[in-house]
Design a protein around this ligand. Structure first.
Ligand code: HEC
Length: 124
């Protein structure tokens, strides 16, 4: 019983420290992550990226995004903020002309919702 309580305490404190280490803390996030989840699927982001809670496809030409909330930089170039995440999703090639990530015609509002999901991915 005591072990269970200790493990529970550990789990709770670790989820708190995960939140603390996020490059973009929950208070600085906006958008609807439920809409974002559906958009990530319909735009085919999962064809290149592994994202928690979404089906995994075979072609992994992009980096896994499961821990993107904890990275300091996006695409190795942009400081990780929600505004930069949205900019990247809307126009990756304006930021990095040679990138393999395509311009998919995502609107700024859609990018906001996608970013909300990417920063807080629902476990499968
Ligand atoms: C054809 C494959 C492909 C598709 C489709 C694609 N991406 Fe990417 N994405 C990439 C690649 C490759 C990179 C790495 C770019 C770089 O570092 O220059 C990347 C980088 C990213 C990053 C930064 C990741 C990091 O670790 O810094 C985000 C966020 C991202 N993509 C989101 C999306 C979203 C959202 C979609 C759907 C709208 C999408 N991607 C569709 C290939 C793709």
């Amino acid at each position: 019983m005591r072990t269970v309580a200790a493990l529970l305490a550990l789990a709770v404190s670790c989820s708190a420290c995960e939140q603390d280490r996020a490059a973009v803390p929950p208070a600085e996030r906006s958008g609807n992550r439920y809409t974002g989840k559906a958009l990530l699927l319909s735009y085919g982001c999962v064809a290149c990226h592994r994202i928690r809670g979404l089906p995994e496809l075979s072609g992994q030409s992009g980096p896994p995004l499961e821990r993107v909330a904890y990275q300091s930089y996006l695409a190795g170039l942009l400081p990780n903020t929600q505004a930069n995440m949205e900019r990247w999703i809307v126009h990756p090639r304006a930021i990095s002309p040679g990138t393999a990530m395509p311009e998919l015609g995502v609107s700024p509002a859609e990018a906001r919702d996608m970013a909300a999901y990417l920063y807080q991915q629902v476990p499968p």
